[in-house]
Each structure stands twice: as structure tokens, then as C-alpha cells.
Design a protein around this ligand. Structure first.
Ligand code: B12
Ligand code: SF4
Length: 569
């Protein structure tokens, strides 16, 4: 390999496991897209590379990686999150077999570097910190195998504009950008503070406008997702950004609408809600975690206490922003079943999409340290289920306080109850009725409107004609059209998501039934971690993959990270 002019650099984003909560491909297909979200990490890495390097991106979630792509490359960069680990490792083997130089990085390689040893270089943590060091050493001919951030954090005001030009925009439902990293809270189970710190680091308003400008110039219109851990982590600064963004949008005839993650205290600040509504935020992911105040206090999710969560969520709805919620089951402080109260809260909040997962102890979190002190952490706690898709098919990697079977049964009740067609569609209606869409200003060009119309046509065929819950679809459509026609577009999107969630939840329930059976058969009701099982064919999903405990592969896989709960806001 020779560095310098003309270096062919291939950036490969590995494939996600098919059967995952966020992997709503069926819904993407309606819009002619392949995957919901564009990869931001690798295009940020590309922007940090020397200008003379020629970069190409292959996102394996939206396109095939061909041998010709690999042949073209002098050097390959790859990396992703834990749920891409199996595909990442297989990819690195393929690349090494082709004699390529491989640089690995990103969240999973940072968490479990030794698994990526086959790569020539491990450039870990925030690339803004480590990549320049590696490049300098490479140029000097003394590059080491591994580069880490240590305590150093990236100065976001110097983070480069990502190479959006490498994306195939029409393959995604939305395009990711990032304003800041880090979160001021310290929820016991969350690793965000460990990964990105407690003081949110932000890009400047000028940087964000430059990125928005570029997206506009590239022809993208519609949905842009701020992938911040907590968008309102620094309210003072975000309140300065939003008016500037509003002016830009006005000057460009409102080409974008936004989504992000935010902590629930956004509901306490009407000025902030107003500013977010004004620029066209239309969906927020909020970590609710539990209906039990005792549990929230114990897990240090204090911002969710001393309030009615349902009221806070409804307030956000009243500012035209839909809420997607995250819930976790398996906390120590749960006293008996939480299923009923969780379902009641989901109902009262009228949130159609609720990411309900099992608690997992992640390396580096306060939770993990406490469980270790109490001698309750599984020896292989950091080993993810084989082919685990996400928090819906992994977790409980510790000795639980309640019998495991009770937790799994609770989980089953919540999933079955919340995702039954009637319950889901009713929440779509309730939320749609509550969404104040009078201030929506998004103006899509004809090309985008046609895309949406075609998507709606496909939805009518797939859901309104072919699905056995088609009555719910038509009823919700009609009720919403009469009650709040302005919210119809959003209501239709949430119904379209059910093409995925309806099928996905059946798979989760089948897996849970087997887990519950295994847990019942166990002599160690708080400890059993179930077993390997036959693959569940639907959705191309992998086996539930909760590992035998103790697992014979544990020594090899020891430090693989378990899938997270609803980390993020
Ligand atoms: C957006 C996002 C998603 C999107 C993914 C969209 C996409 N196509 O990328 C969606 C919603 C699908 C998603 C889902 C999940 N996610 Co997610 N997600 C994020 C989030 C909020 C932002 C990621 C991002 O774009 N960041 C911005 C870019 C610039 O940062 P970055 O990717 O880390 O890249 C930087 C460095 O890592 C590095 N880098 C990245 N790649 C490479 C490669 C090389 C070669 C090099 C040198 C450097 C390098 O350079 C970049 C610049 O510094 C992060 C949290 C976070 N703050 O990062 C979690 C995060 C990545 N997700 C995580 C997880 C676990 C999940 C889920 C499994 C569960 C969950 N919590 O929801 C699911 C499952 C996904 C699935 N099966 O479909 C974990 C990953 C933990 C780990 N160690 O792997 C994170 C860190 C959050 C957390 N703690 O829960 N997620
Ligand atoms: S769960 Fe959310 S609010 Fe809590 S520390 Fe993590 S990112 Fe912040």
C-alpha cells in the first residue's frame, strides 16, 4: 500500500441483522427505499481523510458489496455498532483474504477491540481524535496497530462536514446529521455518558447550517434526523440554534422536517417546544423506561419523576411532535408485575411506537459496576446473543431480583398487548387527533409528493387490502380524516410502520414463548440464560440466541457487548 495521491479508499458499512426493531424494511419498500437511516460515522471518517484520497461508500444495507468494489480499493475502512458485529467480522475476513489493508473503528470495535484484531489498524473512539494521529504515523511510516482516545474528547466545533456526497439519498427514508454528543443526565444503565461524556459538546450554528446547505444542494428534501444522544442536552445553546435554523428554512421555502432524541424534560420548556415546532420537528424519541416512580428513582432517571409522564408526552404531541417511547423491563426495583401499569402508561400516552426491551448491563455503566459488586453479573455478561438483533432479543445478563420467568412473562404481556392491531391503531388515532399540525410548513417538491403518493398506493394494497387487520386501517384513516385531517400524513406513516412491527412482534413473541418455557424448566429461576434454539424463519430473523450459560464460547467472545436497552435520552 502506498499513501498519497490517488489512494483508493473504500468505506463499507456492514449489514444490520434483519429481524430488528428499527429495521423496518417493509415500510421502506413502500417508499422505494432500502433502509431507514443513512450511516453518519463512516461519512464523517471520509471527511477526515486527505483530500487526495478517492473515497467510495458501500452501505451493505442498501447495496451489494461486489468483488469489483474490493478490487478497486487500496485500503478499506469499516465499522458499526454491536448489532453489526457478525457482519463486520465476516467482512474483515473476506477483505483480508483478498489481501486488503483494513482499518476498523466505530462503536463496537471501540467496545471490543480484540475481536477486530484481524484488521490491520484499529482506529477507535471518536475519529476526530484518533484518525489524524494514525494518518500522521502512517505518513511517517510508523503506524501502530491500535489508536485510542483515552480521556480525550473530540472538539465538535472542529468536526468536519460529513461527506454527504457519498450517500445514495433515495435509498434511505431519512438522512442523519448530528449537532452534539454527550448527555447531562446519568441514568444508571446508560453508557452514553461513558462513551461521550456528561457535558454535551456541540457543533456551532454555522456548522449545522453548512451541513443543511449541503443536504439542500444535494437535492435531499423531507426528513432529516438529528442523531444526538439528547438534542436538548444544552438547552441554552439549542435555543440559539433553532431560530437560526428557522430563518434558513424560511429562506429556502421549508424543505426539511426533523426528528431526534430528547429527554422528557423538553415538555417543561414551552419556549423550547415552540422553537422545535417552528422549525418542523415532527418526532422525538423519549426514554420513558418504566411506569414505576420507585424504579425511575432507583435507576437515576430522575428527570422522569415528579411528573405525569403521560401528560408530558401529550404536551409534546400538542406541539405537533409525535413521541416514540423507550421502555425497559427487568429493573431491580420492580415490585411484582409491571406489565399492567406499563400498558396503561403506553395507552395513556398514546404513543404508537414503543421500543420495549429487556434490561442489559453494558460494560462501563454504573449498573454493571453495581451488579459486579453484588456478585450478580454473569461471567459472560458482555457476550451478546449470537446474531442478536437488538434489545428485544437479548438482555438480562445478570442474576435478576425477580424470577426471570416473571420478567419474561411481563415482557410478553406488554408486547402482545401494545402491538395487538386494535391497540396499535387506536393509539395512532389518539396521537393523530392530539397532534397540532397547524404550524407545519414543510413544502415538498412534486417528485417527493409523488413518491409519497406511490407509497400510499402500495400501503393501501398491502395493508388496506391484504392484511387481516385491514378494518383497523380503514377505520383509523377515516376517523383521523374527520378529526384532524392535517395529521393524516403522519397518521399514515405510523400505520405504515405497522407493516414491520406487526410481523416483528410475532417473531418476538414466538421467541419469548420458548424462553419462558426454558426459564420455567430451570432450577435456577433468577439465573438461567436459556439456550440456543432453532432459527425463527419469519423476517429472516436469527435464533433468539440467548446463550447457554455458562457458554462454551465465552472465553473467545468474553468482551462482546450485550445489546443495550433504550440508551439515548
Ligand atoms: C443513529 C443511531 C442508530 C440508528 C442507526 C442509523 C445508521 N444507519 O447508522 C438506529 C435507530 C437504526 C439505531 C439502532 C440501534 N442502535 Co444505535 N445509535 C445511534 C446513535 C444515536 C447515533 C449514531 C451516529 O450516527 N452517530 C454519529 C456518528 C458521527 O458517530 P459514530 O457512528 O459513533 O462515528 C464516529 C466514531 O465512532 C468513529 N467511527 C465510526 N465508524 C468508524 C469506522 C472507522 C474505520 C473508523 C476509523 C472510525 C469510525 O468516527 C465517527 C466520528 O467520530 C448512537 C449513539 C451515538 N451517540 O453515537 C447509537 C448507538 C450507536 N446505537 C447503539 C445500539 C446498541 C443500537 C441498538 C442495538 C439498540 C438501541 N439502543 O436502539 C439498535 C439496533 C439497530 C438495528 N438492529 O437496526 C449503541 C452501540 C453500542 C455499541 N457498542 O455498539 C449506541 C452507541 C448507543 C447506545 N449506547 O445505545 N441506532
Ligand atoms: S438514557 Fe438518555 S437521558 Fe439517560 S443518560 Fe442516557 S442519553 Fe442521557
Amino acid at each position: 500500500m502506498t499513501e498519497g495521491t490517488g489512494m483508493h479508499c473504500l468505506l463499507i458499512f456492514p449489514e444490520f441483522t434483519a429481524g430488528a426493531f428499527w429495521n423496518y424494511r417493509a415500510t421502506c419498500e413502500l417508499m422505494g427505499a432500502k433502509y431507514p437511516a443513512s450511516p453518519l460515522g463512516l461519512i464523517t471518517v471520509a471527511a477526515l481523510l486527505p483530500k487526495s484520497w478517492e473515497c467510495r461508500l458501500v452501505d451493505c444495507n442498501v447495496q451489494e458489496l461486489s468483488d469489483a468494489d474490493i478490487d478497486w480499493a487500496d485500503i478499506v475502512f469499516t465499522g458499526g455498532m454491536i448489532v453489526q458485529q457478525h457482519s463486520s467480522l465476516a467482512l474483515i475476513e473476506r477483505l483480508k483474504a483478498s489481501g486488503k489493508t483494513v482499518v476498523a473503528g466505530g462503536p463496537d470495535a471501540t467496545s471490543s477491540p480484540h475481536l477486530y484484531d484481524l484488521a490491520d489498524f484499529l482506529v477507535l473512539g471518536e475519529a476526530e481524535v484518533t484518525l489524524p494521529r494514525w494518518l500522521a504515523d502512517l505518513e511517517a511510516g510508523c503506524a501502530a496497530h491500535i489508536y485510542e482516545c483515552g480521556e480525550e474528547r473530540a472538539d465538535m466545533s472542529r468536526s468536519p462536514v460529513p461527506r454527504f456526497d457519498l450517500l445514495q439519498f433515495d435509498k434511505y427514508l431519512h438522512i442523519s446529521i448530528q449537532y452534539g454528543r454527550g448527555c447531562p443526565f446519568h441514568c444508571e444503565f446508560c453508557d452514553i455518558v461513558k462513551l461521550f461524556g456528561q457535558v454535551p459538546r456541540l457543533k456551532s450554528n454555522e456548522q449545522i447550517l453548512r451541513e443543511i446547505d449541503l443536504l439542500y444542494a444535494s437535492g435531499h428534501r423531507g426528513h432529516v434526523d438529528f442523531v444526538d444522544d439528547n438534542f436538548i442536552g444544552n438547552k441554552r445553546e439549542v435555543k440559539k440554534l433553532l431560530p437560526v435554523l428557522r430563518d434558513w428554512l424560511e429562506a429556502h421555502d421549508w424543505p426539511f422536517e426533523f426528528s431526534t432524541e430528547a429527554s422528557i424534560n423538553v415538555a417543561d420548556d414551552e419556549q423550547l417546544l415552540q422553537l422545535m415546532q417552528d422549525v418542523g420537528f415532527f418526532v422525538l424519541f423519549v426514554g420513558v423506561e418504566s411506569p414505576s416512580m420507585e424504579t425511575l428513582v432507583a435507576t437515576q432517571k430522575r428527570q422522569n419523576t415528579r411528573r405525569s409522564i403521560a401528560e408530558s408526552i401529550r404536551k409534546i404531541h400538542s406541539y405537533g411532535m409525535a413521541v416514540n417511547s423507550g421502555y425497559i423491563i427487568g429493573f431491580d426495583a420492580e415490585r411484582g408485575s409491571v406489565a399492567q401499569s406499563m400498558l396503561a402508561l403506553i395507552e395513556a400516552s398514546a404513543t404508537p411506537v414503543n421500543m420495549v426491551g429487556l434490561l442489559a448491563a453494558l460494560p462501563g455503566t454504573q449498573l454493571t459496576r453495581r451488579l459486579a459488586r453484588e456478585g450478580r453479573l454473569h461471567e459472560d455478561f458482555a457476550v451478546p446473543p449470537e446474531d442478536a438483533a437488538d434489545q428485544c432479543s437479548g438482555g438480562l445478563n445478570f442474576v435478576t431480583k425477580r424470577p426471570r420467568v416473571e420478567i419474561l412473562e411481563d415482557y410478553r404481556r406488554v408486547i402482545a398487548g401494545a402491538y395487538a392491531p386494535h391497540a396499535y391503531f387506536n393509539r395512532v388515532y389518539q396521537m393523530g387527533a392530539a397532534l397540532n399540525c397547524r404550524k407545519k410548513k414543510l413544502r415538498l417538491p412534486w417528485r417527493e409528493r409523488l413518491r409519497e403518493l406511490r407509497g400510499f398506493g402500495r400501503l393501501i394494497w398491502r395493508m388496506g387490502v391484504k392484511k387481516d387487520y385491514r378494518i383497523e386501517f380503514w377505520r383509523t384513516l377515516a376517523r383521523l380524516a374527520l378529526r384532524n385531517p392535517r395529521a393524516l400524513r403522519h397518521g399514515v406513516s405510523w400505520m405504515a410502520l405497522y407493516l414491520h412491527f406487526g410481523e416483528f412482534m410475532k417473531v418476538v413473541l414466538t421467541r419469548l414463548d420458548k424462553d419462558i418455557e426454558l426459564a420455567k424448566a430451570s432450577h435456577r429461576p433468577h439465573e438461567v440464560r436459556a439456550t440456543k434454539r432453532e432459527p425463527v424463519a419469519a423476517l429472516g430473523a436469527a435464533p433468539i440466541g440467548i446463550l447457554r450459560y455458562p457458554d462454551p464460547r465465552a472465553p473467545v467472545l468474553r468482551s462482546r457487548l450485550g445489546p443495550t436497552d433504550s440508551a439515548g435520552a
